[in-house]
Design a protein around this ligand. Sequence first.
Ligand SMILES: Nc1nc2c(ncn2[C@@H]2O[C@H](COP(=O)(O)OP(=O)(O)O)[C@@H](O)[C@H]2O)c(=O)[nH]1
Ligand SMILES: [Mg+2]
Length: 450
Amino acid sequence: MSTRDAGARFIVMGCTGSGKSQFANCASGSSDFLIGRTLESSTAEVSTSRPFLLNGRIVTIIDTPGFDDTTRSDADVLSSIAAYLSKSYEKGTKLTGVVYMHRITDVRMSGTAQRTFRVFRELCGGSTFKNVVIVTNMWGNVDFEIGEAREHEIATKFFKPVLDMGARMCRHDGTRESALAILRHLVDNEAVALTIQQEIVEERRAFADTAAGAVLSRALKEQADRHDEALRELRAEMEVAMRKKDEESRQELQEEVEKKREELTRMKRDIQCMTENFVSEKARLEARITEMETTNRYHVERLQEMQSLVNNALLQVMKSHAETAGRKEEDERQARLLAEERLANVLAETKHREHLQRTQDEMNKRIHTLQEQISKQNAEKTKEGDLTGMRPEKAEVDPKLQLKIREAEEEERIKKEEQERLNRLAYFVFNIVSFVVARWMKDPAVPKTA
Ligand SMILES: Nc1nc2c(ncn2[C@@H]2O[C@H](COP(=O)(O)OP(=O)(O)O)[C@@H](O)[C@H]2O)c(=O)[nH]1
Ligand SMILES: [Mg+2]
C-alpha cells in the first residue's frame, strides 16, 4: 500500500433520527458524533470523524445534518451538505462511499422521506451509484418477519431505481463489525465526484440550478402551493366562523392561519434565496471546513506515519524470517548430503564385506581341500610302511605344502581381524544413519533437492 494514499471518505446521509451519527460512531469506533435523544437533530453541521484503518486504507466518515428536521429546512440542510461537498472537492477530495440510512421501523414512506430520497438521488447522480449503499437499521425494534417484508417492498419499489444502477442494500445490526462489514463492500472502490460536486465546482452552476437543488426547489414549490391552498381553505372557514359569531373557532383558525402563513413565507424565501443562502452558508462554513480539513489531514498524516512504521517493521520481520529460513535450508542441505554420503559409504562397506566373505569362504575351501590332500598322503605313506614291514617312520610332509598351509592360515587371521574392524565400523555407521532417519521422520518438511 502506498503511504501517499489520501484515504477513503464515506459520507452518511438520510433523514433526521435515521441513525446517521450512531452509524458514523459505530464505524469509526468513537463517540465523535452526538446521538439524538429527542426528535430534534443533534447534528447541526457537517463534521468528520477521526480517521481509522480499514482494509489497509485510512478511512474518514463524514456525518451530516438530517433532512426532515424540526429545526432546519431541507433547503438549509442541503446547502450545508453541498457547501461541504463543493469545498472539499475544490481541494481535490472525492468520495469512496455514500451511505444512505433508513429505519426499517418506518411503517411507510412519508412524503418527506420520498422527497429526501429524490434529492439524495440527484445529489449523487447516475454514475456514482456503485459507490452507494442503502443501510437499513433498528432491526431490533421490529418483528423480524415484518422487517423482512418491508425490506423486500422498499427494495423492489422505492429504492429499486438506484439498486438497478449499482447501489447495494445492507442491514446494520448496530455493532461495529456490522458497520465495518458494510464499508468493506465499498472501501476498495475508486473514489468518485458526486453530481452536485461536478455541477458546483466544474460547471459553476448556481446551487438552485443543480439537479438536487432543482428537485428540492420544485418539491418546495409544490408544498408551498399546497400550503397556499390550505391557507385559502382556512380563511374561508374563518369567515364562516365570523359570520356565525363563533369567536372560539375563529380564534383557533386565526392562529392556524398565522402559523401556515409564516411557514409559507419561509418556504417561499427558501425557494427564492436558495442560491444566495448556499453562498452565505458556504462562506459561513468556509473557516470551519478548512479547520476540519486541516485537522483531518493532520490525523491522516499521523496514521500514514504509523502505517509506514508498521510496514517497515513487517519488512524487517519478513527479511529476518527469510534469512533464518535460508540458514535452516542450508543446514538441512548439509545434513542431507552427510546422510547421503554415509548411506553410500555403508553400501560400499557392505559390498566390500560381502566380497571379503566370499574370499574367506574360498580360502577356507582351499585349506580344507589341502588338509584332505595331506591326510590322504599321510594315510598312503602309513599304508606303504606297513606293507614293506618296516617300522613306520614319521610321515614326512612336503615342505612346500607346509609353507602353503602357514600362508593360508596367516591370510585367514588377517581377514578375520579386518572383518571385525569392518563390523565395528558398520555398527557405528548404522547408528548415525538411524539418527538421521529419525530426524527426517520428525521434520518431514525438508526440501526435496539441495
Ligand atoms: N435500536 C437502534 N436505535 C438506533 C440505531 N441507530 C440509531 N438509533 C437511535 O436513533 C436515535 C437517532 O440516532 P442518531 O444517530 O442521532 O440519528 P441521526 O439524526 O440520523 O444522526 C438515537 O436515539 C439512537 O440511539 C440502531 O441501529 N438501532
Ligand atoms: Mg446526527
